[in-house]
Design a protein around this ligand. Sequence first.
Ligand SMILES: [Zn+2]
Length: 163
Amino acid sequence: MIIFDLKCADRDHRFEGWFGSSQDFAEQQARGFLECPLCGSKNITKAAMAPNLGRKGNQEPVAAKPAEQESESRAAPVSSKVSVPTEYQVLMGKLAKAQEKMLANSEWVGDRFAARARDIHYGDADEKPIHGTASQEEVADLADEGIAALPLPLPVLPPKSKN
Ligand SMILES: [Zn+2]
């Protein structure tokens, strides 16, 4: 085994590659098998030869295989390239319309929802549909008092911020 300190010419990342021989390295380099584990660049050159040949340990060769794991873990959290299925878009569109319809005659009461819902429930305010925001605690308290609060499927913008 021979260890080379490699670097990608694009971003100057340093990493180690283990090879059977320097011939082996040259071959892999020529075929474009080498890949920077940090940025995926295939523009790999030798940085300097590590002096300790036959180093102990069971490290896997880094550059002999393209760094699949690395590129997977880089790709996973990225969602911008995820394509949203058409059914989902259609469904969300329908849901948004349904919610809009449902709230057409409802009054936005913002974070005073719990108080207003109580007023209506106890007859201190006219009976009419309202919607607003409430904490989970408030919703639980309302439920204890027998006042139902329906969670809306989609977030609602306060009317003022719609402008
Ligand atoms: Zn790199």
